[in-house]
Design a protein around this ligand. Structure first.
Ligand code: UDP
Length: 420
């Protein structure tokens, strides 16, 4: 198949760990690579966010990234990108004149808008291109948790469900997302599930381990934004200290890049202020962004990885930790409900509950044998269920289902076009 991926803000070539560069970038890069290994030819369309970027970049055999002029050629927050989706669709549609796809797969709601727009224009050419969509995150969930802090454009409230209803098929990444989508009005029969995967060549239990001091090491990895709940882990450190467990460091990976580094990162400042107020500043180490190929070395040095976001559409970090044989303390939200099996591959805790995080960490630190067993089981679970090869095979099945229903919904799209 000739597959067009649309990933408006998340380029598969981006450096990870900044505010808008995380799981989606990894997902698009790894899924494209695995689909190419299965013999497909993948073109990823993304916005040009730097004037120096060449238009076409061959990422690897079978995968090409095309940078489209859509808005200023500089970094722009994803919440300000909606006005440029028409330009993105122009660029995609122009490229299809010489590079027509068999299938289009949008990532994030705005890419869905651009993909549907391009597909609708293509409809006039005589054959409908089926459109699939992976949302990665849903506005309804974000709004529920972030309230007025949610900086998504207001149009997301109606455009996102409209994308959900107009695409040929949705690929949800976890069962929790399926509930959210059906609540949004998407028929269950239009939803396939294919989780995110993990790069098992990179993430494994054997390999270099970063040397560390004598203190226990717990770790958090990800974009440094409040909803990732790193402050809850800082609070848990204080609670552990109150129980006499103070030989612990919290290593926080992720955060702003750029000339000011973490110095200019508001969340980094907030976390260090909190740690200072709680008297645990000497136990918190902010490492900043690390290139992904260095993450396994650091993960392997940890006694536990803590992922306690307020909400999490999927969450690749727990899989990466499990692949490295490290037990995970995870909040029971979103994708983490499926990936981390309580008391088998990690410990589940209720969301926003620092006492529960402290309790789970105390249990793991006091019982290294339990920690080891959970780590071993996690590794096995990831290897059997979350390889990108398996995810690509599941995705391919969804593509085939969409191709079989594409003609009908292509026609419907034509009718509903004005609404989008
Ligand atoms: N990551 C990285 N370097 C960093 C911080 C994060 O390579 O400094 C990677 C991390 O290994 C993972 C991804 O970014 O692959 C984060 O994905 P996740 O789904 O956990 O969170 P998201 O950022 O999508 O909310």
């Amino acid at each position: 198949m000739r597959i067009s991926m649309v990933s408006e803000h998340a380029s598969p070539l981006a450096v990870l760990g900044g505010v808008d560069a995380g799981g989606q970038n990894v997902h698009v890069a790894a899924l494209s690579a695995s689909l190419a290994k299965r013999g497909h030819s993948v073109t990823v369309y993304t916005r040009r966010d730097n004037g120096a970027l060449p238009t076409r970049v061959r990422m690897r055999p079978g995968v090409e990234v095309v940078h489209i002029d859509a808005g200023p050629p500089e970094p722009v927050s994803k919440d300000e990108l909606l006005p440029f989706m028409g330009q993105l669709a122009d660029g995609i549609s122009a490229d299809w004149d010489c590079n027509p796809p068999d299938i289009v797969h949008g990532h994030f709601w705005m890419s869905g808008v651009a993909a549907l727009d391009a597909a609708r224009r293509n409809y006039g050419s005589g054959y409908p291109v089926p459109v699939l969509q992976t949302f990665h995150a849903l506005g309804t969930v974000k709004r529920r948790h972030q309230g007025v802090q949610d900086t998504s454009p207001a149009q997301r409230a109606w455009l996102e469900p409209s994308v959900g209803r107009n695409v040929d098929r949705i690929i949800a990444t976890c069962s929790d997302e399926v509930f959210e989508l059906t609540a949004m009005g998407v028929p269950r029969s239009n939803i396939s599930i294919a989780p995110c995967g993990v790069d098992l060549e990179l993430f494994g239990a054997t390999g270099e381990v970063e040397p560390r001091g004598r203190r226990h090491r717990i770790m958090s990895v990800g974009r440094l934004v409040p909803r990732k709940g790193v402050d809850l882990v800082v609070r848990a450190l204080r609670l552990l200290k109150d129980q006499g467990i103070d030989d612990v460091e919290l290593l926080v990976v992720g955060g702003a890049s750029g000339p000011d580094g973490l110095g200019g990162d508001p969340e980094a400042r907030r976390l260090m202020e909190l740690a200072g107020e709680l008297g645990v500043a000497d136990q918190v180490v902010l490492r900043g962004q690390i290139p992904q190929d260095k993450i396994p070395t650091v993960l392997r040095s940890a006694d536990a990885v803590v992922c306690v976001p307020w909400y999490e559409p999927f969450g690749i970090v727990p899989l990466e930790a499990m692949a490295c044989g490290v037990p995970v303390v995870a909040a029971s939200v979103g994708g983490l409900i499926d990936t981390v099996v309580d008391r088998k591959t990690g410990l589940q805790v209720p969301p926003k509950d620092p006492e529960a995080v402290a309790c789970a960490l105390a249990e793991l630190l006091r019982d290294p044998q339990l920690a080891q067993e959970l780590g071993r089981a996690g590794r096995k679970r990831v290897r059997t269920r979350y390889s990108w090869d398996r995810v690509a095979a599941d995705t391919e099945k969804a593509y085939n289902l969409a191709r079989n229903s594409g003609a009908l919904s292509g026609a419907l799209r034509q009718l509903e076009g004005e609404a989008l």
